[in-house]
Design a protein around this ligand. Sequence first.
Ligand code: ATP
Ligand code: MG
Length: 368
Amino acid sequence: MGCFSCLSPRRDDVSMIEGSGQRRHSADFPDHGKGGSVSNKGKDKSSQNGTGAKSFTFQQLINATRSFKVMIGEGGFGKVYKGKLENGQIVAIKWLNHEGIQGSQEFIMEVLLLSLLRHSNLVCLIGYCTDGDQRLLVYEYMPLGSLEDHLFVVDPDKAPLEWNTRMKIAVGTARGLEYLHCKANPPVIYRDLKSANILLDDDFHPKLSDFGLAKFGPVGDNTHVTTRVMGTHGYCAPEYAMSGKLTLKSDVYSFGVVLLELITGRMAIDSTRLQGEQNLVNWARPLFKDRRRFSQLVDPLLRGRFPVRCLHHAIAITAMCLQEQPTYRPLISDVLVALEYLASQPYNPEAHSRGSPRSPSPCSPLHA
Ligand SMILES: Nc1ncnc2c1ncn2[C@@H]1O[C@H](COP(=O)(O)OP(=O)(O)OP(=O)(O)O)[C@@H](O)[C@H]1O
Ligand SMILES: [Mg+2]
């Protein structure tokens, strides 16, 4: 079994994190193992690498998944299976496909970052397996799957995501990104923000997943890092796609695409739509400029059940995140504050159906 010594955090790489006015060393990062649901005692033969993620043997993961019986998803990295560890914890296990386009560098980055960073809006990495040439990742199981599954998979038996849930997901996603941009030191550019990578815990609490493409952000006087263009078509910021210049604002653009997906219920790229509508941002841009056409942007599955003023604000935030020029895009911390305000004004269908002309809320349709 691989010992993964290469994953021990280097102090000069990710050494400190800002927190409540104090700079903390990575050794103070909350430990996934401590107080977590995975114990390393008794019959459990897996070991921990000192950063919290545990090392599993391939046999342990065969046992956990009953020989990879239940597949719950598939991406560029490989297939994802549901499993149960010896201690009873339910997990999602991603098995690296040898022919997959993503390689071992992404695997190492994923283990490194998720071992060092911890936040309630980042998915928790429980462990990994580097047995022989096998590469697997063991995550906490997210019972509601990905945002993509809920926004775009039209299941007549399932209620569509309501406005308040969409706002909750937007806020949680912005919080996860704000942690990476503003609290991690050096900052982390996520690089692969998309609805498939926003996983949903009970009650639609969102968590970012897939850190294989993440990069440490520019430090000192540098304004950007230059890198091979990676990520997902439809979510990539234009300047990054053209020049490979990666900044924190590249993530803000991708966040704008996810916000637009939440508002419209349309996929970033949808080849089944009419020519001019296949690229979501290109289709939406002209509509941003005309308030009277905002209603055309709204997901018909919401059936008019949203607060119109909040919708207008949400569209304005989205348009700012999607500015062509990265310098005109807001910081994710500012986006978060704005979204938190919108989420604090929930849509109340009962109040709206009764109508309350004397005390309309700031987000009431009466203000439209
Ligand atoms: N921790 C998890 N808990 C529950 N389901 C998960 C978990 N991780 C992944 N999945 C499921 O597996 C699917 C595939 O995930 P994966 O990250 O491999 O691919 P992707 O993000 O869709 O695409 P790509 O990796 O190619 O960018 C997800 O959409 C989700 O439904
Ligand atoms: Mg993913």
